[in-house]
Design a protein around this ligand. Structure first.
Ligand code: PLP
Length: 474
């Protein structure tokens, strides 16, 4: 039977988990309160819209009668794509680390932009252009608040984490690295936080080195310390591994890298959806994340960098909007983030992403963290009872997001994913774009189930039962 599970009634107190996340980001409570108030003001209207929307149907048809409620008070109709049958069964979507589903508030914001305000944005041309501009700039401010950036001028719109990393690798690293310089990564990086740096190293004669992780996928601070040296120009690491789910101590790593004189890039693709981020408290120089992994639309994301660093960087691409008074041989470049916005921007993307940020803020970040911590504890317990299952990453619930990579002894991970898909359960399998980490674990492929704020406890139960059945019947 499908039922909603009330997390607050579980008695689970994830204080240690929150403490870990806190250390990782060390957010100032005053800044957080300020941001939350702002986000809440913006979020309530979006939530009200979401509550009345009914775009999909339980079973993909008509009204969503009978669809179960979700945690955190999320109504049954708020995530239309979750309300459907797949292979004759209610969809259980456990692939949120790859991309999340979108609430109606986000779908409505994008729809509303195109229906009412669509124009090539500009502050002085005509009413629609002004409105489009206002929505675009308001989204920039929302995202600056989300990160506690010191200015909206530090928000560079990119297509996603991958483009953010490539921008810095091309514009910052390639212009600065010299033969013998070193870029320090870790063996736990996603391919998108590996290949751009290798290209930059190849182009400049610099070297890429990798810090090791422990048996559970945590960055080894001892190995980091041993590899940081006067040649290290940049350290780039994922705040949260997309395989192990572990939350690395970002502020600590930034401090150590800075002591060695290096700049730091934080790949926040897997942390921005789950944790309250504060770039000032974290002390990084660059940070990037993707909208589609945190309820927003695809094709948009944020690269944040400190303003003085952005001012020093050369443009990544050139064209209209990133310069003015462009003549045959001269031009005046825009400042900070705007220098990287060549051409007509994607406006609906930032509008949708800002709606996603507002939506999560209105749900409440502490409540989301509590729910996800309880999901972690519940899932770990259920997965422990599945025979022949090897869980990758930390075995204890502390300092972890609800991402579970695993293998079933004797079964190809892709086969496990296919058999779950046949029951309407969506997970992912393969090298998870993190082959070096899988090899570190002695593997070349793994399966991964990943949850988000909308995941119900009974969905975890059904997933674990299906997995147990596959393990016992193979
Ligand atoms: N970094 C990490 C840790 C990821 O998990 C991902 C995507 O899964 C990326 C980078 C790349 O993100 P995108 O494909 O949205 O650019």
């Amino acid at each position: 039977m499908i039922h909603s599970y009330h997390i607050l009634g579980t008695g689970y107190q994830p204080a240690h988990w929150r403490e870990h996340a806190r250390q990782s980001c060390r957010a100032s409570s005053a800044a957080r309160a300020r941001t939350h108030v702002k986000r809440r003001e913006l979020g309530l209207a979006a939530l009200a819209g979401a509550a009345t929307a009914c775009l999909g149907g339980w079973g993909g048809r008509g009204k969503a009668a009978g669809a179960p409620s979700r945690p955190l008070g999320i109504g049954p109709d708020v995530f239309p794509a979750l309300n459907q049958y797949v292979r004759g069964r209610p969809l259980i979507y456990l692939d949120s680390a790859a991309t999340t589903q979108r609430p109606s508030a986000v779908l409505d914001a994008i729809d509303d932009f195109y229906r009412r305000d669509n124009a090539n944005p500009g502050p002085a041309f005509h009413e629609l252009a002004r409105r489009a501009n206002a929505r675009y700039e308001s989204a920039r401010s929302t995202l600056a608040g989300f990160l506690n950036a010191s200015s909206a001028e530090e928000i560079v719109w990119v297509r996603g984490t991958t483009e953010g990393i490539n921008l810095v690798a091309s514009s910052w690293a390639s212009a600065r690295l010299r033969p013998g310089d070193e870029i320090l990564l870790t063996v736990a990086e996603h391919t998108s936080n590996l290949l751009p740096w290798r290209l930059a190293a190849d182009a400049t004669g610099a070297k890429v080195r990798c810090v090791d992780v422990d048996e559970e996928g945590r960055i080894s601070l001892q190995d980091l310390e041993g590899k940081l040296c006067s040649r290290t120009r940049l350290v780039s690491f994922s705040h949260v591994s997309n395989v192990a789910g572990y939350i690395n101590p970002a502020a600590e790593i930034c401090a150590r890298a800075h002591r060695a004189g290096a700049r730091v890039f934080v790949d926040a693709a897997q942390s921005a959806p789950h944790l309250a981020l504060d770039v000032q408290a974290m002390g990084c120089d660059f940070l990037a994340f993707s909208s589609h992994k945190m309820l927003g639309p695809m094709g948009i994301g944020v690269l944040w960098a400190r303003r003085e660093i952005l001012e020093e960087m050369r443009p990544y691409q050139a064209g209209s909007n990133m310069a003015h008074e462009a003549d045959l041989s001269t031009e005046t470049l825009e400042h900070a983030a705007r220098k990287f916005g060549a051409g007509t921007p994607n406006v609906s993307g930032p509008v949708g992403l800002a709606a996603a940020v507002d939506y999560a803020a209105a749900l409440g970040h502490e409540k989301i963290e509590r729910h996800e911590a309880a999901l972690v504890a519940h899932a770990l317990e259920r997965l422990r009872s599945v025979p022949r299952l090897r869980l990758l990453g930390p075995q204890a619930p502390e300092g972890r997001i609800p991402v579970f990579s695993f293998t079933l002894e004797g079964l190809a991970p892709q086969n496990v994913a296919r058999r779950l898909d046949a029951q309407g359960i969506a997970i992912r399998a393969g090298d998870l774009a993190a082959l070096p980490l899988l090899k570190r674990f002695g593997l070349t492929a793994a399966a991964r189930a990943s949850c988000y704020l909308y995941t119900r406890f009974d969905e975890i139960d059904q997933f674990a039962e299906a997995l147990g059945h596959i393990a016992r019947s193979s």
